[in-house]
Design a protein around this ligand. Structure first.
Ligand code: GSH
Length: 216
């Protein structure tokens, strides 16, 4: 059955892999599933056809036969449960890997998104310079804890899993801020994720969309 995902017709990051279709592409590549991509404009994302797939008018979405999903955590979990390679077989190890997926999107991603939002949307506010260090310190608080837990391990809990896929995807957004470099073990962890052939294929695919010459 053909899998179709949606992605930005023109990503705001110009193809640096920060748009969330990259993590879904990465999961698809890890489990060797071919997929089609439907590109959507910002306007189309808010129109009824797309809202029927994604109630919040965002990308990515995932369609497979009768099934339509949104939320990258859910899409990656769906793929990981149906195909070998992203979740351990042992039930407890599997539950722990899923826990790390939730930790990525629920605990680590929020302060990182707050930092991105501050940089993009609050730069012109008179309180921007005062607030920014507070937002950055909230990111550091989480990274201190994550870094302490990781130590010198390659992955979060044994072999690479969907938990790592989600965590690396979330941490990648920090690169431009320089904060990641304050944590050599986390910077190395992200680099390990990016070095995976499946990530490379996913990244190249989304970059190609964003660097293609305009049609017509
Ligand atoms: N929690 C959602 C977030 C989805 C999301 O924020 N998508 C962004 C692109 S990375 C988007 O569509 N932004 C445009 C908008 O919200 O209008 C997920 O993980 O799928």
């Amino acid at each position: 059955m053909t899998i179709t995902i949606t992605a930005f017709e023109k990503s705001p990051d110009g193809g640096k892999g920060l748009a969330r279709d990259t993590r879904v592409r990465w999961a698809l590549e890890e489990v060797s599933q071919p997929y089609a991509v439907r590109l959507v404009s910002f306007r189309a994302m808010k129109e009824p056809a797309h809202l029927a797939l994604h109630p919040f008018g965002q990308i990515p979405t995932y369609e497979e036969g009768d099934l339509a999903l949104f939320e990258t955590g859910s899409i990656v979990l769906h793929l990981a449960e149906r195909h070998a390679g992203l979740l351990p077989r042992d039930a407890n190890a599997r539950a722990r890997a899923i826990t790390w997926m939730f930790a990525a999107v629920n605990t680590v991603e929020p302060p990182i998104l707050d930092l991105s939002a501050a940089r993009v949307m609050e730069r012109d506010k008179p309180w921007y310079e005062d607030r920014l260090p507070l937002v950055m310190d909230r990111v550091r608080a989480r990274l201190n804890q994550l870094s302490a837990r990781m130590g010198d391990a390659d992955w979060l809990d044994g072999a690479f899993s969907a938990g790592d896929l989600m965590m690396v995807s979330v941490l990648l957004r920090l690169r431009a801020s320089g904060i990641l470099d304050e944590y050599p073990n986390l910077a190395a962890y992200v680099a390990r994720g990016e070095a995976r052939p499946a990530y490379q294929r996913a990244f190249e695919a989304q970059l190609a969309v964003n660097t293609a010459p305009p049609k017509g």
